[in-house]
Design a protein around this ligand. Structure first.
Ligand SMILES: NC(=O)c1ccc[n+]([C@@H]2O[C@H](COP(=O)([O-])OP(=O)(O)OC[C@H]3O[C@@H](n4cnc5c(N)ncnc54)[C@H](O)[C@@H]3O)[C@@H](O)[C@H]2O)c1
Ligand SMILES: O=c1ccn([C@@H]2O[C@H](COP(=O)(O)OP(=O)(O)O[C@H]3O[C@H](CO)[C@H](O)[C@H](O)[C@H]3O)[C@@H](O)[C@H]2O)c(=O)[nH]1
Length: 333
């Protein structure tokens, strides 16, 4: 099995990528400091506990496993917190990545697949968003990701790094059948919060704004199944093997759903209405964000195939409601 070093492999998207790597003949070696990730989510290869900024640690892992590529998920990603703690976000997401890149260079690993985000586009003037849409992030988190993209371009030009920045839209869903799913703490993402409200595990879900210029007045987003994201990462390894330089790809479906449509899909899945409360707009939420995913299709040969909203919600629902899974998760904490 070909080893791949996976920073943040104990987190939500990273753990699903590890599952997909293993299914495609790779050995995912997780490097994670467990700041927001979980031991129980690392199932398909070794867990090395450490920080991506620790060059000696990364260097030793590279020497030991000889990875063919690095998949880089490790980051802090709470938009609100990024505004109040910019030093922490730039330190971890930007300086931490720079340190990782230097360790890769010293160890002779030349391929990196980076978790970027639609947040690097900020509030674009129009949708769908193509890779050529100007990147003007409106928060510290988005700026930290854009800074990393810039560093990757410069390392590609100067040092021959091969890098793919995968700009995810809204990651959602779960590989519930294999006991992994979304487990952020605190949780800020819409779908798990709607599911929690439907189950009575929390109070009503807040609908952040009903007066947006959209079909039903609530915000529209491009939800993409985490298994589809994982597949794109595996495709990116093959792509980088054949292609030098820096490349960016939007990972989305191109089909937006509103907050109300998400709540409706969860209500259908749950078989009961979802308690909800109309709330003020959340600062920094654009009315609609959705991808033009054609570049990923044409160049990577990737398309979302599991990202139908009902399928996303069904898989997330099973993950959050399966007693056996949740008991296993609690035991393993
Ligand atoms: N979830 C989304 O909707 C979404 C959307 C766009 C982009 N992203 C990006 O995708 C990546 C994964 O997101 P996620 O939702 O899985 O987050 P997550 O918090 O579940 O996973 C991040 C993982 O990185 C680890 N980590 C953080 N800093 C580290 C460090 N310095 N050294 C080692 N490990 C470290 C954490 O412990 C955690 O396991 C992030 O880079 C995020 O910015 C996520
Ligand atoms: O309790 C909630 C939570 C969210 N929303 C709405 O639901 C939509 C989706 O919100 P999320 O927080 O789930 O996702 P975002 O679109 O804000 O977040 C995405 O963009 C962020 C940067 O802006 C990060 O990259 C994040 O990881 C990624 O999922 C937004 O319109 C938001 O206003 C609510 O109405 N109520």
């Amino acid at each position: 099995m070909r080893p791949v070093l996976v920073t943040g492999g104990a987190g939500y998207v990273g753990s699903h990528a590890c599952r997909m790597l293993a299914a495609n003949g790779y050995l995912p070696v997780t490097l994670d400091n467990l700041s927001t990730g979980h031991r129980w989510a690392v199932k398909w290869g070794p867990l090395e506990i450490g920080d991506m900024a620790d060059q000696a640690c990364v260097g030793a892992l590279i020497a030991r496993y000889q990875p063919v590529a690095v998949m880089h998920f490790a980051a802090l990603s709470l938009v609100g917190e990024s505004a109040s703690k910019p030093g922490r976000y730039y330190g971890n997401n930007v300086a931490g990545t720079l340190s990782l890149l230097e360790a890769m260079r010293a160890g002779g690993v030349d391929k990196l697949i980076f978790s970027s985000t639609c947040a690097t586009y900020g509030e674009p003037e129009s949708c769908p968003i193509a890779e050529t849409t100007p990147q003007q992030p409106i928060n510290v988190y988005g700026r930290s990701k854009l800074m990393v993209e810039t560093i990757l371009k410069d390392f590609a030009a100067a040092h021959g790094l091969r890098a793919a920045a995968l700009r995810y839209f809204n990651a959602a869903g779960a590989a519930h059948e294999d006991g992994i799913g979304e487990a952020h703490e605190p949780e800020t993402h819409l779908i798990p919060l709607v599911i929690a409200a439907a189950r009575g595990a929390r109070g009503p879900v807040q609908v952040f704004g009903t007066d947006y210029p959209t079909a039903d007045g609530t915000c529209e987003r491009d939800y993409v199944h985490v298994n589809d994201l994982a597949t794109a990462h595996v495709r990116a390894i093959d792509f980088l093997t054949a292609s030098a330089g820096f490349h960016a790809f939007n990972l989305g479906t191109g089909r937006p759903y509103s907050v109300r449509q998400v709540i409706g899909a969860v209500a259908t899945q749950a078989g009961r209405p979802v308690p909800q409360q109309i709330a003020a707009r959340r600062v920094g939420d654009p009315p609609a964000l959705y991808a033009d995913p054609r570049r990923a299709r044409d160049v990577l040969g990737w398309e979302a195939t599991q990202s139908d909203l009902d399928h996303i919600v069904a898989s997330a629902w099973r993950w959050h409601t399966a007693d056996a899974i949740q008991a296993e998760v609690r035991r393993a904490v």
